[in-house]
Ligand binder design. Structure first.
Ligand SMILES: [Zn+2]
Length: 298
């Protein structure tokens, strides 16, 4: 759907028009006005112009001499909630703007209208264009959310621990659990792209992204280690059936994710091999948490 063109930085010129607008001179196109979302710093290496149903979008890739911060290696675990909310093991929730929900509602409505216009080429075309514009707005907002979240994390932490996506899809029950959390395996919106953006932003600052197995992170109590599917009271709430510990379900999971990387856990081989649904789960303890394997970069 998107068309994009890239120009080398030396062939373009930029001038500031006022507080909100600037103009860029592109080869063969000439001057084009754009709204400034942030100022350009460093040396412009290249310029990408992309076209979506909302119009043009111009992105400058700049070379910046980084003043790398003193290496700090604070570790943060990250659990992705439904849609674009991220839960950090520090208790923070990074949420997407409410406008995304509103646009989603408008898009659904536009799609219903489109479905009704089977006939009438003009009306149908207009309805199609409306759906495409709303989709493009969502994509822009998501991209912005990803960049902001990644920057927020990269500035504060040295190691970001994420769930390994491949282990998550291991069993049918895991897949069912995943779906019940709002998405199918490959379709969790943009999670993989967020991980990619996060990886390069972390690396710019001498940090790194690591992954750990995802098994049971959402069913394990971060306070006492008991693993039980029923502790996950709802999408948002975790209430431990063992010790009564309560927390936001995704934050509880993020803490477990962080620990899998950070702490050499007890690792009793071959003890708890069945999926937790097959047992009462009550007898499972921290020993369930396997030693982090996939220590490679995401
Ligand atoms: Zn507990």
């Amino acid at each position: 759907m998107d068309d994009s063109f890239r120009f080398p930085g030396r062939e373009v010129a930029v001038k500031r028009l006022n507080a909100n607008w600037s103009a860029v001179r592109l080869p063969k196109i000439g001057w084009a006005k754009y709204r400034d979302s942030r100022s350009i710093c460093g040396v412009v290496k290249n310029v990408t112009v992309s076209l979506d149903p909302l119009g043009g979008h111009v992105a400058f890739t700049c070379e910046i001499a980084h003043t790398a911060p003193a290496p700090f290696h604070e570790v943060v675990g990250i659990d992705r909630g439904v849609a674009t909310t991220l839960a950090l093991s520090t208790g923070e929730l990074l949420t997407a703007p409410a406008s995304l929900e509103r646009i989603e509602a408008r898009k659904r409505k536009a799609q219903r209208i489109l479905a009704r216009h089977k006939r009438g080429p003009n009306r149908r075309r207009r309805a199609q264009a409306r759906v495409a514009r709303l989709q493009a707005r969502q994509a822009r907002i998501r991209r912005d959310v990803h960049h902001r979240a990644a920057l927020y994390i990269a500035r504060r932490y040295g190691v970001a621990v994420l769930e390994d996506l491949n282990t998550r899809a291991m069993t049918a029950s895991a897949r069912a659990r995943w779906r019940s959390r709002g998405a199918t395996c490959g379709k969790r919106p943009g999670w993989h792209r967020l991980a990619t953006i996060l990886a390069y932003k972390m690396e710019q600052r001498d940090g790194q992204v690591v992954t750990v197995p995802a098994r049971f992170t959402s069913q394990t109590c971060a306070a006492c280690g008991v693993v039980d599917a029923t502790s996950r009271e709802s999408q948002a709430r975790f209430v431990c059936i063992g010790c009564g510990h309560e927390d936001h379900a995704d934050i509880n999971a993020a803490i477990n994710i962080e620990r899998r990387w950070n702490i050499p856990l007890l690792d009793v081989e071959g003890v708890h091999q069945q999926p937790v649904e097959a047992s009462t789960g009550r007898d499972l303890t921290v020993s369930e948490n396997p030693r982090p394997s996939g220590r490679g970069r995401c």
